[in-house]
Design a protein around this ligand. Sequence first.
Ligand code: DX5
Ligand code: ZN
Length: 224
Amino acid sequence: MRTFRIAPSILSADFARLGQEVSDVIAAGADIIHFDVMDNHYVPNLTMGPMFCEAIRPHSSAPIDVHLMVKPVDALAAAFAKAGADIITFHPEGSEHIDRTLGLIKDAGCKAGLVFNPATPLSYLDHVMDKLDMILIMSVNPGFGGQSFIPHALEKIKLARQRIDAYTAKHGGEIWLEVDGGVKVDNIAQVAAAGADTFVAGSAIYGQPDYQAVIAAMRAELAR
Ligand code: DX5
Ligand code: ZN
């Protein structure tokens, strides 16, 4: 059976109590902290820079998964690696040289991944599978928490799963398949059935008073 990971997005956390929000969600059973970086250029919203990552690092016993929605990518990827990120993903549209950006992230000691917007083709994977630790399929257009899951993302998740399985069967290794946007207790089983193993959830977790109850309900759905 696949290993499933729950990755709460702190985009929906209380920013005035960020350290506590990070440790609370880990105590509630989170596996990964998903950290959304928006630059008011690549996406129409502005969030957190590397200093925030450095500030929450001591509060997180879990890996920090930095999702860069920025253009250009390289300087910020390097800064987040220095600030304690464990995983860094970026959108191919944000990088002039995708292979170089992936190499830069790996050389800095982090896991690297590519992110696909709902209308970004998976053909960007063609020549970089050997450098990937993660593929992130967006199930909303990036920029905001609390949006609805776009159903056609399920088909893309299936295609990404096929690519990963074909590649790892031949070459070994492990590539995680993460899904981000509108994931909730009532659709997580469907997202898993399509092939995802890592689930970002912002509003579904931080929008409820009892984080542990939501994460337990998600795990129960995944175990069905
Ligand atoms: C959207 C971000 C997501 C967002 C998800 O651009 O990348 O990580 O926080 O939020 P929900 O789970 O509320 O859709
Ligand atoms: Zn995200």
